[in-house]
Design a protein around this ligand. Structure first.
Ligand SMILES: NC(=O)c1ccc[n+]([C@@H]2O[C@H](COP(=O)([O-])OP(=O)(O)OC[C@H]3O[C@@H](n4cnc5c(N)ncnc54)[C@H](O)[C@@H]3O)[C@@H](O)[C@H]2O)c1
Length: 259
């Protein structure tokens, strides 16, 4: 396992959406830095692979099937996390997806509800159940995965981008509300990455070359986001090195939001 330091030694970290993409990279990064990780996702098979790979690399992670839009699942997730070592230090609300890109008036109501249930209600449920535990032990850190699409939206995924706007506002509101309990709340705003996300947004397993080239043209650093970029940013925001940072929505976007 590559060594990054031990910033999360003796800490328990929960990552949602950990079976793929950014969440997988974050779970692996926190484990590599010494955390006990509760890796959660709706995709139990892929989650088992991630946890096995973490164990093979010498890390400590436990898998749990959790649908973040279901209150009982999220309550059980927090209880399990506390059960691992008696505390919950870091919650990463990362699970999310996009509806298929297309005209906003063609989106089905059920799809609108489904994407808000995971991307927005899922974050709130994580907060609802994790915060009392964090208050009880004197503090904690929450990191939410938003999107640069909330700041600089492009056509076709307006409802998805709106969910991420809600995540940004929740992040900033929570930062103010929870500071008195020594709970920091920050968000990550990645630009496009060729992850499982593209299956939802574009209906493809891998980005077609013309889409990739068009996306890269809009990014000053001339590449897409890699999951490792997001993992590094999440680990920093969750670490003690970021102890004075709260309410930050950090672009992980190669400069896309300022170009
Ligand atoms: N890939 C991108 O272009 C991009 C850009 C900006 C933000 N994001 C955001 O990053 C986060 C991670 O996405 P990714 O790119 O790694 O995609 P991904 O599809 O590779 O990973 C997302 C994971 O979330 C899980 N998931 C979906 N709904 C869930 C639910 N209700 N409960 C629990 N788990 C659920 C999926 O099974 C999947 O394993 C998402 O919130 C996404 O909106 C992605």
């Amino acid at each position: 396992m590559r060594t990054f330091g031990n910033r999360f030694e003796d800490r328990t970290v929960v990552v949602t959406g950990a079976a793929s993409g950014f969440g997988e990279a974050m779970a692996k990064r926190f484990a590599a830095e010494g955390a006990t990780v509760l890796a959660t996702d709706v995709n139990a098979d892929a989650l088992d692979r991630v946890v096995t790979e973490i164990a093979d690399a010498g890390g400590h992670a436990v898998a749990k099937r959790v649908d973040v839009s279901r209150p009982d699942d999220v309550a059980a997730m927090v209880a399990d996390a506390v059960g691992l070592a008696g505390r919950l230090d870091v919650l990463v609300n990362n699970a999310g997806f996009s509806h298929l890109s297309g005209p906003v008036w063609e989106l089905e109501e059920a799809e609108f509800d489904r994407v808000f249930a995971t991307n927005v209600k899922g974050v709130w449920l994580g907060v609802k159940y994790a915060v009392p535990q964090m208050i009880e032990r004197g503090g904690g850190v929450i990191v939410n995965t938003a999107s640069i699409g909330a700041v600089a939206p492009r056509p076709g995924v307006t409802v998805y981008n709106s969910t991420k706007g809600a995540v940004m506002t929740m992040t900033r509101g929570l930062a103010v509300e929870l500071a008195r309990y020594r709970i920091r709340v920050n968000a990550l705003n990645p630009v496009a990455a060729d992850t499982g996300f593209m299956r939802g947004a574009l209906g493809v397993d891998t980005l077609p070359e013309e889409n990739r080239a068009a996306l890269i043209r809009g990014i000053p650093l001339r590449r897409l986001t890699e999951p490792a970029d997001v993992a590094a940013a999440a680990a920093f925001l969750a670490s003690d090195e970021a102890e004075f940072l709260t309410g930050v929505c950090l672009p992980v976007d190669g400069g896309r939001s300022i170009s």
